[in-house]
Write a protein that binds this ligand. Structure first.
Ligand SMILES: *[C@@H]1O[C@H](CO)[C@@H](O)[C@H](O)[C@H]1NC(C)=O
Ligand SMILES: *[C@@H]1O[C@H](CO)[C@@H](O)[C@H](O)[C@H]1NC(C)=O
Ligand SMILES: *[C@@H]1O[C@H](CO)[C@@H](O)[C@H](O)[C@H]1NC(C)=O
Length: 535
C-alpha cells in the first residue's frame, strides 16, 4: 500500500491538466512498479481453495478506468460459483486498463477538424493510445489488439472506451505507415515517455529508427492484427470514424508489404532475388535470427501465400509460408472490404480487398492442407511451396488451434477436427507438452518444459464439449497462482512460471469466461443459470 499522502499527490496530479509528459513519470514515482507488484500476492484473498490474491493496483495507480468494465466485473464475479475463478476474472478483465495504457489523448480539440479538412493528412491527429504489452515498456501490434478485444463490446456504451480504442487504431496506423515490417514500437514522441532500451544487436533491412521502433521482426500477423483492431471496432460500434486518410495510407502500406512478401526466392529465370526484408541478430538462439544471411529458407513461386519471417511468439519461422497468419489475413482483408463498403468508399479498393482475401483463403486450403499418415488431411503449420511442411502448433495466436476463433472456418470442419486432434496430443505435436503438474501447447519460445495457459484458453474457446471447456479453464485457474494468467507454466512444477504480468493472456482468459457466460452459463454460474451477455 502506498501512503495516503502520496496517493493524494498522485490523485491531484491526475485531476489537474498538467502536460501529459509529466503525468506518467510522477505517477510512476508514487505507484509501485507493476512488474514487482504482480509478482507479490496482495489481499484480500479469494476465499477459495487456491486463496488467489487480489492483484489490481490501487485505484489512483490504474492507467485507465471504465465504469462499463467495472459493471461487468461486478456482474460476473457476483455470479461465478467458484471464488478462485471469480478472483481471477476480477484481476484479469481490467488488467489492460489497470496497467498498460501508458498514454492516451482523446484528441477532442482536433477531432472536429479531422475530416474533410487539411488536418486530414496530418500525422498523429485525433485520439491516440499507446498500450504496453505488460512487463516490457513497448507496444506490440498483436498484443495491443488482443488486449483490447474484451472491451470492444463495451465501446458503444462507454465514450471513454470508444476514444481509447479509436486512439489505439490511429496510433497503430502511424506505426504501420512508418515501419510496416516491425512488430513492437516505442512510446510516441508526443507522449513524452522515454523509449525503452533494447540490448539486441540486430541488422535489419529496411532500416528503422530505434527511437520509434522497439523491435523489427516481420510478422504477417502484426499487420492482420492492425486490420482486426479496426474491423472489431466496427463490428461492435458500427463506427467508421477510424477510416481516416492516415488509416487508408496504412492500409495501402499493408498491401505493399503483402505484395513484396508474396515474391518467391527465385525469379522466373531461376535467379536468386534477395527479399526486401532481412533480419540478423547476434545471438546463440537459432529461433532469434534468420538463416541464409537474414533472408530465411527458400520459398517456391506460385502458391499465392504470403511469407512471414517470424511467428506471433517472435520466433523465426522455419518455412516462411506460415499458415495461421495467412488464414487470419484472408479473413481480415474480407472484413476490411466490408467496412469500407459500408462507409460508401472506393469500389475498386473494396473489390481488390475481396479478391485478395478470397485468393488467399484458397491458397491456404490448396497449400496448407496436407496428408498425414495417422490423422488424415490436416493443416500444416508452415510450408515452403516445394512440398516441405512443418507439423506442429504453437500456443501463440494466430495458431492452427485458433482457426475457428479467427473466423477462417467452422470448428466442425473435418480438416480442422483432424488438425485439432493432431495438435492436442503428444504423438501429433512435438510442442504438446505434458507433465505431472500441467499440460498444454507450448512452443520454442520458452522451451520444452513449459506449456502456455493461452493454449488451454484457446482450446476452451474452440470446443463444444463441456468437459473439455471446464477442464481447460480449471487448469488455467490452478496455474494462475499470483491471481493473473501467466505466460507459461513448467509442466512438472506449477509454481514455476514465466511473465507474471502478460496482459494479452489475461484478455484471452476474460474472453473465455465471457463466452462461457453467454453460451454455457451452467458451467460457471451453476445449474439452470441464465446466460450473461454484454449488451
Ligand atoms: C477529452 O478530454 C478533455 C480534457 O481532458 C475533456 O474535457 C473531454 O470531455 C474529453 N472528451 C471525451 C469525448 O472524452
Ligand atoms: C485443480 O486443483 C484442484 C485441487 O487444488 C484439483 O482437485 C483439480 O483436479 C485441479 N484441476 C485441474 C483441471 O487440474
Ligand atoms: C521445471 O521444474 C523442474 C522441477 O522443479 C526442474 O527440474 C526444471 O529445471 C524446470 N524447468 C525449467 C525450464 O525451469
Amino acid at each position: 500500500m502506498i501512503s495516503s499522502v502520496i496517493l493524494a499527490i498522485a490523485l491531484g496530479l491526475q485531476a489537474t491538466a498538467l502536460p501529459a509528459r509529466d503525468d506518467p513519470a510522477i505517477l510512476r514515482r508514487a505507484c509501485p512498479d507493476y512488474v514487482s507488484y504482480s509478482a507479490t500476492p496482495h489481499g484480500p484473498y479469494s476465499g477459495g481453495p487456491l486463496k488467489l490474491p487480489f492483484q489490481r493496483p490501487d485505484e489512483a495507480c490504474r492507467t485507465f478506468s471504465s465504469p462499463a468494465v467495472e459493471k461487468v466485473i461486478k456482474d460476473i464475479t457476483s455470479r461465478l460459483v467458484d471464488k478462485d475463478l471469480a478472483q481471477l476474472f476480477r484481476n484479469a478483465f481490467p488488467n489492460t486498463l489497470d496497467t498498460t495504457i501508458r498514454w492516451h489523448q482523446n484528441g477532442s480539440s482536433k477531432a472536429s477538424t479531422r475530416r474533410g479538412s487539411k488536418q486530414d493528412s496530418a500525422q498523429w491527429t485525433g485520439p491516440q493510445t499507446f498500450i504496453v504489452t505488460g512487463d516490457i515498456n513497448a507496444e506490440w501490434l498483436r498484443d495491443s489488439t488482443n488486449q483490447l478485444t474484451g472491451y470492444q463490446p463495451l465501446a458503444a456504451q462507454d465514450k471513454r472506451l470508444y476514444s481509447l480504442i479509436l486512439g489505439a487504431i490511429n496510433t497503430q496506423a502511424e506505426f504501420v505507415i512508418q515501419s510496416p515490417y516491425c512488430n513492437a514500437f516505442q512510446p510516441p514522441s508526443a507522449s513524452g515517455i522515454k523509449p525503452a532500451t533494447s540490448s539486441q544487436k540486430d541488422t535489419v533491412h529496411p532500416t528503422y529508427d530505434p527511437s520509434f521502433v522497439f523491435e523489427c521482426k516481420y510478422e504477417l500477423d502484426s499487420l492482420a492484427h492492425f486490420l482486426m483492431l479496426g474491423t472489431e471496432f466496427h463490428e461492435n460500434t458500427k463506427s467508421t470514424d477510424f477510416l481516416t486518410e492516415r488509416w487508408f495510407k496504412a492500409l495501402k502500406t499493408v498491401l505493399r508489404v503483402i505484395d513484396a512478401q508474396s515474391q518467391p526466392t527465385f525469379n522466373t529465370k531461376n535467379q536468386f532475388v534477395r527479399n526486401q526484408y532481412t533480419f540478423q541478430r547476434q545471438t546463440k538462439i537459432s529461433t532469434e535470427t534468420l538463416a541464409l544471411e537474414g533472408v530465411g529458407n527458400p520459398l517456391n513461386s506460385g502458391t499465392g501465400l504470403i511469407r512471414s519471417a517470424f511467428r506471433p511468439s517472435d520466433d523465426a519461422t522455419i518455412l516462411g509460408f506460415f499458415i495461421p497468419p495467412n488464414a487470419m489475413m484472408a479473413v481480415q482483408l474480407q472484413k476490411t472490404a466490408k467496412v469500407i463498403k459500408t462507409a460508401g468508399g472506393h469500389d475498386d479498393l473494396v473489390s481488390d480487398l475481396q479478391r485478395r482475401g478470397r485468393r488467399l483463403a484458397k491458397a491456404v486450403r490448396d497449400h496448407g492442407i496436407v496428408q498425414h499418415a495417422k490423422y488424415g488431411d490436416v493443416y500444416a503449420f508452415e510450408v515452403d511451396g516445394y512440398g516441405s511442411r512443418i507439423l506442429m502448433d504453437d500456443a501463440n495466436i494466430p495458431s492452427l488451434l485458433s482457426l475457428p476463433y479467427l473466423g477462417f472456418l467452422d470448428r466442425s470442419d473435418k480438416v480442422y477436427q483432424n488438425t485439432r486432434k493432431m495438435i492436442t496430443e503428444k504423438s501429433g505435436n512435438p510442442y504438446y507438452l505434458e507433465g505431472p503438474a500441467f499440460h498444454g501447447i507450448g512452443g520454442p519460445h520458452i522451451g520444452l518444459e513449459n506449456a502456455w495457459p493461452m493454449s488451454l484458453l484457446m482450446q476452451a474457446l474452440t470446443s463444444d464439449d463441456d468437459a473439455e471447456i471446464l477442464e481447460s479453464i480449471n487448469l488455467v485457474r490452478n496455474s494462475s497462482l499470483f491471481g493473473l494468467v501467466h505466460e507459461s507454466i513448467n509442466v512438472t512444477n506449477i509454481k514455476d512460471f514465466t511473465r507474471p504480468w502478460f496482459s494479452w493472456a489475461n484478455s484471452v482468459f476474460s474472453q473465455t469466461i465471457l463466452k462461457v457466460a453467454a453460451e454455457r452459463p451452467h458451467l460457471i454460474f451453476g445449474k439452470n443459470a441464465k446466460p450473461y451477455r454484454i449488451e
